[in-house]
Design a protein around this ligand. Structure first.
Ligand SMILES: Cc1ncc(COP(=O)(O)O)c(C=O)c1O
Length: 433
């Protein structure tokens, strides 16, 4: 090429959750049946959509407007509906329909939110990190994503000392990102933690981004707190969507709620640029937007959410039971979403450990790919070769802690029990090999 056409940030685009699929497909080709535990798609794992939600979807498609473009920010009635929901939450910061902007899923919102930030302005996010955010933020800046630590020895809560210091000593940081419930850890932050983060944001004049894709999958006994309920007067963006809670990930439908836009002209101008960027694409998907008020406004919806949260909560208990007494790992019971992170304790892993692999060709392949692999990836590859279970290594979530993420999505009770039991056996066997 006459000019180098590769973007500076391109090397930061990685998504281990999907990248591991290429390896798993190869293992499958060589004869090892695969059990996918890598991706957070409830549909893929056999969840059936509630019949009443399907009925609403069917009825809505009869409305010819679902076939057309909609306003750039989204369908006006839906934005009014969502605005009322935000404003009805007790003690919440108030918004107007102009503060709701639709995207083709949070994935699209993430690309715009980081992509249209000034290059020198950085957003500090958690580690372990969800790759969509960390990769997009890193790609926007051309540098590695900046992170604060989540503490495995404190239920994966943010290390507030680390967070404060990162902000204090790096004045390029303009915003703080948090996910609650979190992916990959499933941690749900109590109000006291959120208020500490708010203090830091206010003190250093930062904005806050929350990813609330799992905010309606919070297990019994854990707090359900939206950004609008704790942000007070600080500018912020909450990202919401229907991928996980209807669940309807294939709809590619999500939105942002902009909070306290008027409090800062620079923040307001930035939000204008997000809408301008969306305008170049005309609009986001109309059809799912038209479904949202009908489903979320239905009297059956709160029970639907409670029911699903309790299912995942019970599966979290099953997982804890399977790993009870395991001396090699740290496993914090998740409080929401549908993931759990199993972290290996320090000095537990080495580069000689293996798992037995019966299939000779698979064994040969695994033995070649584990060379120079990070310690947790080595375990994940052996696990795949030996059992066919595909999990995501924690090092793929920009984490220095070795471990792996599994989902709580398997709907078949027998299969789920087998997955959890096999994982426990694999950890014990690998560490002692
Ligand atoms: C934390 C988090 N945010 C966003 C998404 C993707 O959301 P969407 O389907 O709306 O793009 C995911 C998907 O796994 C996720 O885990």
């Amino acid at each position: 090429m006459r000019r180098n056409i590769v973007h500076e940030g391109s090397r930061n685009l990685s998504y281990e959750i999907r990248e591991i699929v290429a390896i798993a497909n190869k293992v499958k080709e060589l004869g090892q049946p695969i059990t996918w535990e890598n991706i957070g798609d409830p549909i893929e794992k056999g969840e059936e959509i509630a019949p009443w939600i399907k009925e609403i979807v069917h009825e809505t498609i009869d409305d010819s407007r679902t076939y057309g473009y909609c306003d750039t920010a989204g369908v006006p009635e839906t934005r009014i509906f969502l605005t009322e929901m935000v404003n009805q939450r007790s003690g919440g910061t108030k918004i107007t329909p102009d503060d709701i902007i639709f995207f083709n899923g949070i994935g699209d919102a993430v690309a715009k939110v980081y992509g249209f930030l000034k290059r020198e302005a950085r957003v500090l996010g958690p580690s372990p990190a969800y790759s969509t955010h960390s990769s997009a933020e890193a790609a926007h800046s051309g540098y590695n994503h900046l992170t604060y630590k989540l503490d495995p020895y404190n239920n994966w809560m943010p290390d507030l000392y680390d967070l404060r210091n990162k902000v204090k000593y790096n004045d390029s940081i303009a915003g703080i990102l948090l996910l609650s419930p979190d992916n990959p850890t499933g941690a749900v932050y109590p109000r006291s933690v959120l208020e500490e983060i708010l203090k830091i944001a206010r003190e250093y004049d930062l904005f806050i981004i929350t990813d609330e894709i799992y905010s309606h999958i919070v297990f019994p006994g854990y707090p359900k707190i939206h950004l609008s309920q704790w942000i007070e007067d600080v500018p912020g963006i909450a990202m919401r969507g229907i991928s996980k809670e209807f669940p309807w990930p294939g709809a590619r439908c999500g939105w942002i709620e902009v909070l306290n836009r008027k409090k800062d002209p620079n923040f307001s101008e930035y939000v204008d640029s997000l809408l301008a960027a969306k305008r170049l694409e005309v609009c986001s998907t109309t059809f799912p937007q038209m479904v949202i008020p009908k489903v979320m406004g239905d009297p059956r919806y709160p029970q639907h959410l409670r029911h699903r949260a309790s299912i995942f909560s019970n599966r979290a208990d099953e997982l804890m039971e399977h790993f009870r007494g395991c001396p090699y790992i740290v496993l914090n019971r998740p409080g929401g979403a549908f993931y759990a992170t199993i972290m290996f304790k320090e000095n537990v892993l080495n580069s000689h450990q293996t798992l037995p692999i019966e299939n000779k060709k698979v064994k040969e392949y695994i033995e070649t790919i584990v060379e120079n692999a990070p310690p947790d990836k080595r375990f994940v590859y052996y696990l795949m070769g030996s059992t066919g279970i595909v999990v995501v290594p924690l090092s793929g979530f920009q984490s220095n802690y070795p471990g792996f993420r599994i989902t709580l999505l398997e709907t078949d009770d027998t299969k789920r029990n087998w997955i959890m039991k096999t994982l426990r056996q694999a950890v014990d066997t690998y560490v002692n090999s």
